[in-house]
Design a binder for this molecule. Sequence first.
Ligand code: FMN
Length: 326
Amino acid sequence: MWKIGNIEIKGKTILAPMAGITTFAYREFMRSFGVALCYTEMISDSGLIFNNEKTYEYLPRPEEKRPTSVQLFGGETTKLLVAIEKIEKHTDNYDFLDLNLGCPVPKVTRNNGGSAWLKHPNELIAMVEKVVKRSTKPVTVKIRIGWDEKHINFKELLPKLEEAGVSLIAIHLRTTKQLYGGKARYDLAQNIQNLVSIPLVVSGDIYTLDDAIKALEITGAQAVMLARGQLGNPFLATQIETYFKTGERLKDPSLYQQLDYLWTLANMMVEEKGKHMGILVMRGIAHHFIKGFPFTKTYKVKLTKMSTLNDLELIIKEIKNQALLI
Ligand SMILES: Cc1cc2nc3c(=O)[nH]c(=O)nc-3n(C[C@H](O)[C@H](O)[C@H](O)COP(=O)(O)O)c2cc1C
């Protein structure tokens, strides 16, 4: 067990913020597999300031379980401060306010948001100090290792961010220019936890239990963030949590278990988003649950085209029947 500020975090896995994926239903689904903390999708400060209804839907609901981090992005200090007031007026049902300092998407960095902050460390630290003062919740940040190969500056930033008052730093071990490609740079992250006394969390390429063990060993971080590695493989969280609690290595789930997980998530998503939107979100997620199993390639296309829960039920039946023939 470890703490962010005064709040105990009861595990080693954290559900990463993932725009378009880690909705309310997705977070609740992943909590049932044992993740110790969930982040919302990134939320635009402008959307909050302009009272955009859709933006407010990204914030935690009253029934959301805890602990939860609300992730905010924006490129101007004054707007971020106003957005924090908006969040606090809207809900108290979250534990941490996280600043997105790692998004590489040009639409965000062009407006000085996301990882563009990493190019201006002095402005970044001044902004963080103000945010820490304004927020009634502990403030955390999620960064990358730097803008590009020539400007890797995360090690200098870590103690400065700690001094500015943040309670946790999550580090995606890629540069902005890498986007999501290439390898996460664990080679640059030996014992980084020694650089600060606040907890660190590492993000990048955690696909297996052994990836998690290695990442924690190399960096000394308190937890790993699960992103693409948990997509279609929620049981990864259970495997990691179980190993660190008992030393036991749980087997990978069967195709049947995977299909059950998929069905559960789809129903939760439809309950959150409604029949139409829920299935649209699931179109992008569902096929991950069958990746790696033999003969499932043909069903990938079907899953990306389904329109209703009934379609999904039929596809799942087809896959199960096909599996019986093998
Ligand atoms: C589809 C997608 C959406 C993402 N959305 C966010 C986001 O909203 N905020 C954020 O800080 N990072 C976001 N990320 C980055 C992840 O949180 C994570 O740091 C990154 O994917 C590296 O981990 P991985 O190599 O295990 O996938 C996103 C990544 C993906 C693939």
